[in-house]
Design a protein around this ligand. Structure first.
Ligand code: NI
Length: 226
């Protein structure tokens, strides 16, 4: 599942983010990467304790709470606090890698990385290259989105950020531990939810839709860990 969340951040959010980023203290992105990832990684990151990290991270979390699509697709149990990275100049790519299965927050919380998310903070007109490429069963999905849009993809997939050859690509990224660990089960529940919502909108509620809502929740009850 590669899912796009259009306009996760609104114009006011983006304007505030860009103000914060104008004076942000960028650092080498390789600190904190695992041993395999560090070989492939060549970008910059903001320290987690700076104003821009804190405020943009909180902004992204608020936006996720407002997004029914995020909640239905991810069924989140824990969200890793968003980090901010930049690809530009000589630090401009992150080669093929997989994300570590377990991340530790500064507070010592463990988050299993079921879903990866990137929130684009730069507009595609501001840079060349810098596509997120996600490899799945012999196919490659290239993703480069307008600022404020986000993409969700299974953290289990090999992925990379291709070299930025002009300008700068700034994005927020984080991971979600889902209540439903398996991607296939999560995807089935999301498709069920979408179809049921359309049915209820077009045909209204009936004994049949009530029964289907019950089936959705019974599947969720069977598969979810809270
Ligand atoms: Ni990654």
């Amino acid at each position: 599942m590669v899912l796009i969340l259009p306009q996760l951040l609104n114009e006011a959010d983006l304007a505030h983010a860009h103000t914060l980023l104008a004076t942000a203290p960028w650092a080498d992105g390789r600190t904190g990467a695992g041993s395999q990832a560090v070989q492939a990684k060549n970008n910059e990151q903001l320290p987690r304790d700076c104003d821009a990290s804190r405020e943009i991270g909180a902004m992204v979390l608020r936006a996720l709470d407002r997004s029914p699509q995020f909640l239905a697709a991810c069924l989140p149990r824990k969200v890793f606090p968003p980090r901010i990275n930049r690809y530009s100049g000589g630090a401009n790519y992150y080669g093929k890698h997989v994300d570590g299965a377990i991340r530790f927050t500064e507070g010592g919380m463990r988050v299993r990385t079921d879903v990866s998310c990137t929130v684009f903070l730069s507009d595609p007109t501001e840079y060349d290259g810098g596509e997120l490429a996600v490899y799945e069963a012999g196919t490659t999905r290239h993703v480069k989105l307008p600022s404020g849009h986000a993409v969700l993809y299974p953290a289990s997939h090999v992925h990379e950020v291709t070299p930025v050859t002009r300008g700068a690509r700034i994005a927020a990224f984080f991971w979600v531990e889902s209540m439903v660990r398996a991607d296939a089960q999560r995807q089935l529940l999301h498709e069920f939810d979408l179809a049921l919502t359309q049915l209820r909108e077009s045909a209204g509620d009936s004994d049949t839709t009530v029964a289907l809502v019950g089936t959705y929740h019974n599947l969720l009850r069977m598969w979810a860990e809270t």
